[in-house]
Design a protein around this ligand. Structure first.
Ligand code: FES
Ligand code: MG
Length: 587
């Protein structure tokens, strides 16, 4: 029979190299396939498995993969499941951020080096989504993402308790003496009642929603809770669909265009998405060869209102978001407001406009009408100044208390300034935050440095610092925080973070001394230390003479390798140089 010219035929059906073909066939038959299956012209479909006992957020993919296989076989493909390097957000030391680029590298090698014609990417926990999409972008094989889905809603004493977000609330209650250690642990555990990823709109919820918005998942894929029957069906439909994507040769480069990324930026604002989204979308775009800049977030995202009423910016959780209509309902509202490029192609072979136009919202308190949002102009502000070239602030979580304290000067309503107290990494912060000698008052701006991709390899989620216990007891629940690290997407803190370049890359934060005054102007988009250029230059010279900003030694080979190659958060923190390898499945 005539065989389609699948990529996998170069391994299994290559008349020009019958020696190698025999070798490849001989060992892959061990897996229980017949010679006929491997040489029948059926496309070989990878299932990139991110779930394992080490990755509980994605572990349900071990179950869902069975339904993916069913779909692949039914559509006439042959499934090959293989492991992806685990990335458990809450389990990996020193930080899961270190492993995104490692999982990316590993997956690129697998997708390029093995006989695969297409791949199902099993996404979920924070970094698993960008790692998979980055690799799919580099290799540019037909690829579709299957979300594992969020956990069921958490409840504690009759209140919705969102995973991650409850940790920040509970640690403040513990500091104020309102709960003991046991209560702290029980509150946090109550937030995670089932399999699945964080039920808040944290980084996982955000990135799964953005994978769908980019067009890399089937419509409606992101929001279905992990234990639901519908999630199993979505797994089966995803398996069915990837086989046709291979036949149609529908590749990431057809889907992840600049239009798709701008749609994703706008959806990030509408869902109250994580401050990790700019980092990860930038990384995916750079590997895809799509032109995207950190300033695109402010240009295209800032004016978009917050529609989705989910923790940490709002009240509800994942089950509610699903019942209200999920991503298609949000996109539908943005389409009606003229904020979506409807022509962007998606994995099902239809455009995002065809998929989402007119999709109704089923609960207007969970997904607010565009005309009655939770917050107007809810996107990120991008700041710059003499401390860094870029940093991001999530405006949708600026609380009334924060606004009253810092943004209420009638002559200067968008600016605030104060003396800083500087911490060098999370250990320094934990050691000194409650020490009276630190001199922190309600006018202090807290600065976290040494927490970027080089300083704390992978960039720690530590910029959202709680005030010292004495201020918490006085009712001050947030101080402005600035830093070169990241913060958890489940945090409701309006920190100024992802500062690039970081202190460890000779960024301006390295020059700060505790007691310096820093001024933030949100309207002008600036963050500056109020000392003159001559003094800054003198400090810079002194720091260089002392050997530069000091950070802890690498503990593993990968930490050292990543530190030598990683770029800054404002540019996606990818391995610089890796973006030179584009669309390599075609090479
Ligand atoms: Fe894995 Fe939140 S910790 S999704
Ligand atoms: Mg996180």
């Amino acid at each position: 029979m005539t065989q389609p010219n699948w990529r996998s035929a170069a391994w299994f059906d290559n008349p020009d190299n019958i020696d190698m073909t025999a070798l490849y066939l001989e060992r892959y038959l061990n897996y229980g396939l017949s010679m006929e299956e491997l040489r029948s012209g059926k496309p070989i479909i990878g299932i990139a498995q991110t779930g394992s006992d080490l990755s509980p957020c994605n572990r349900h993919h071990l179950v869902l993969a069975e339904r993916v296989r069913d779909g692949i076989r039914q559509a006439g493909g042959v499934p090959f499941e293989f492991p992806v390097h685990p990335i458990q957000e809450t389990g990996k030391r020193p930080t899961a951020g270190l492993d995104r680029n490692l999982a990316y590298l590993g997956l690129v090698e697998v997708l390029y080096g093995y006989p695969l014609d297409g791949v199902v990417l099993t996404i979920g926990c924070d970094k698993t989504t960008p790692a998979c999409l980055m690799a799919a972008a580099t290799v540019n094989l037909p690829a579709i993402a299957l979300s594992v889905g969020p956990m069921l809603n958490g409840w504690y004493k009759g209140q919705r308790t969102g995973s991650g977000s409850i940790v920040w609330a509970a640690r403040e209650m513990l500091t104020r003496g309102e709960i003991d250690h046991d209560g702290f642990v029980r509150m946090v555990a109550a937030s995670a009642p089932s399999t699945g990823y964080c039920n808040t709109m944290g980084t996982a919820g955000t990135m799964n929603a953005l994978a769908e918005t980019l067009g890399m998942s089937l419509p409606g894929c992101a929001a279905i809770p992990a234990p639901h029957r519908d999630r199993q069906e979505m797994a089966w439909r995803t398996g069915l669909r990837i086989v046709d994507m291979v036949r149609e040769d529908l590749k990431p480069s057809d889907i992840m265009t600049r239009a798709a990324f701008l749609n994703a930026i706008r959806v990030t604002s509408a869902i109250g998405g994580s401050t990790n989204a700019p980092i990860h979308l930038m990384a995916i775009a750079r590997h895809m060869g799509v032109d995207l800049d950190i300033t695109d977030w402010q240009t295209h995202g800032h004016q978009v209102p917050l529609l989705v009423n989910m923790q940490p910016a709002g009240a509800y959780l994942g089950e509610d978001f699903y019942r209200a209509g999920g991503v298609p309902a949000v996109v539908s509202q943005l389409i009606a407001a003229g904020l979506i490029d409807e022509a962007a192609m998606t994995a099902n072979g239809r455009t995002i406009g065809q998929n989402c136009r007119g999709v109704p919202t089923e609960d207007a308190d969970v997904i607010r009408p565009f005309a009655a949002p939770l917050v107007d102009q809810a996107g990120f502000i991008v700041l710059r100044g003499n401390l860094f070239d870029s940093a991001v602030m999530k405006t949708s979580v600026i609380s009334p208390e924060f606004r009253a304290r810092y943004l209420s000067n009638p002559d200067d309503p968008d600016a605030f300034e104060g003396p800083v107290v500087v911490f060098d990494g999370p250990e320094d912060y934990h050691a000194r935050i409650d020490d009276p000698a630190s001199g922190i008052t309600q006018n202090t701006l807290l600065v976290m440095r040494g927490a970027g991709p080089i300083g704390y390899p992978g960039a720690a989620e530590v910029v959202n610092m709680r005030p010292p216990a004495h201020l918490l007891r006085e009712g001050v629940s947030h101080l402005p925080c600035i830093g070169d690290g990241r913060q958890s997407g489940t945090s409701g803190s309006p920190s100024i973070l992802n500062a690039s370049p970081e202190a460890a890359a000779a960024g301006g934060l390295a020059l700060l001394h505790s007691g310096d005054r820093v001024r933030i102007d949100l309207r002008r988009g600036t963050a500056d230390v109020l000392i003159d250029d001559a003094e800054l230059a003198a400090r810079r010279a002194a720091l260089a003479q002392a050997g530069g900003y000091r950070y802890p030694a690498s503990q593993t080979p990968w930490q050292a390798i990543q530190r030598a190659h990683v770029g800054q958060l404002g540019q996606g923190a990818i391995l610089e140089g890796a973006e030179a390898f584009q669309r390599i499945a075609q090479t």
